[in-house]
Design a protein around this ligand. Structure first.
Ligand code: G3H
Length: 324
């Protein structure tokens, strides 16, 4: 992700923006070819990736991982262990790159920040009454401001799916814009804002495309598929629709927005398929942790095992690595 001062500025409040004008804009987007999206995703499963590209892809995927723990039972010790793993995924092999970020609940941001100082690994925090997002806006803003004050580099907010599905696009837009403002740091710069659409609750691919555009219009730095608490989560067709949205949004506005599939991504094969999809849909400009992340609690070990197999010809079993 670009450094601290490059988060997109909060968009100026547009008083003329009405729900009707947003509805007209979002419903005027071309419809998604659902059959085509599924066929494209299914086609990726049959592709083979050659050894050199695979080795590069695995290292890139490691650099894109937002190593996540979002459990009620999370403790400072667990977050410190996760931070150590993100800094040095394989303590026996210094050539393994570090992960992009550690993603935690807001009350554990301080622990993660202290554990990761100077490492180059970011701290992301879910906020805005994650995962349901059912709280008054003031509560969501407080949640965000606290995480930013504690040192979060990135805020992963959830949209109000109820408002979206009820057609109240203005409410969703204004809430995102307000959270974006709350990402600003008093001393300058801002935390980057990832907007979670929770695509598993949006019913249709057309809605995924509309929610993607709405979030980008309201100032999202990234659009993210899922909380990891709702199934289906980061499916390939949904990720495809979101990659098309960021590609088209950049063509229309000149602004590049990142994409983060999250939830249910567990194997190196899943990660490599995602990278192929990024390359062939949004394009190589997105093949960078600044623009593409993979949110996952248990992907890193499979990436490490596949990496070891490529470099040594043998697998280390999962017991060789620390838990992720
Ligand atoms: O943002 C990341 C997700 O919460 C992680 O989901 P996961 O546990 O299915 O990998």
């Amino acid at each position: 992700m670009p450094d601290d001062n490059t988060a997109t500025p909060a968009p100026a409040v547009d008083a003329s923006l009405s729900n009707a004008s947003l509805r007209a804009a979002l419903h005027g987007l071309p419809g998604v070819d659902e059959v085509g999206a599924r066929a494209r995703a299914a086609g990726l499963a049959t592709r083979s990736i050659k050894t050199t590209a695979k080795a590069q892809g695995i290292d890139l995927a490691i650099r894109m991982v937002d190593l996540t723990t979002l459990e009620g039972a999370d403790t400072p010790g667990k977050v410190r262990a996760l931070a150590a793993k993100a800094r040095r995924p394989d303590p026996a092999d210094r050539s393994v790159p570090h992960a992009a970020a550690v993603c935690v609940y807001p009350d554990l941001v301080g622990v993660a920040v202290r554990a990761l100082r100077g490492s180059g690994v970011g701290v992301a925090s879910v906020a805005t009454a994650f995962p349901a997002g059912r709280a008054p806006l003031e509560v969501k803003l407080l949640d965000t401001r606290q995480a930013v004050a504690d040192g979060a580099d990135e805020i992963d907010m959830v949209i109000d799916r109820g408002a979206f599905l009820a057609g109240d696009y203005r409410k969703v837009h204004d809430e995102i814009a307000a959270v974006k403002e709350a990402c600003a740091r008093p001393g300058g710069g801002a935390a980057h804002l990832k907007v979670i659409l929770e695509t598993g609750e949006l019913e249709t691919y057309d809605n995924v495309r509309r929610a993607s555009w709405l979030a980008m219009r309201a100032g999202a730095d990234f659009i993210k598929t899922s909380t990891g608490k709702v199934a289906p989560a980061a499916t390939l067709p949904v990720t495809l629709v979101m990659l098309e949205a960021v590609r088209d949004f950049r063509a229309a506005t000149g602004r590049q927005v990142g994409v983060k599939p999250a939830g249910g991504i567990r194997t190196a094969k899943d990660a490599l398929r995602l990278l192929v999809l990024v390359n062939e849909t949004a394009g190589p400009d997105w093949l960078d942790p600044a623009w593409f992340r993979i949110g996952a609690s248990s992907l890193l070990n499979d990436l490490l095992m596949q990496r070891t197999r490529l470099t040594t010809g043998t697998y280390s079993g999962p017991d060789y690595y620390t838990l992720d």
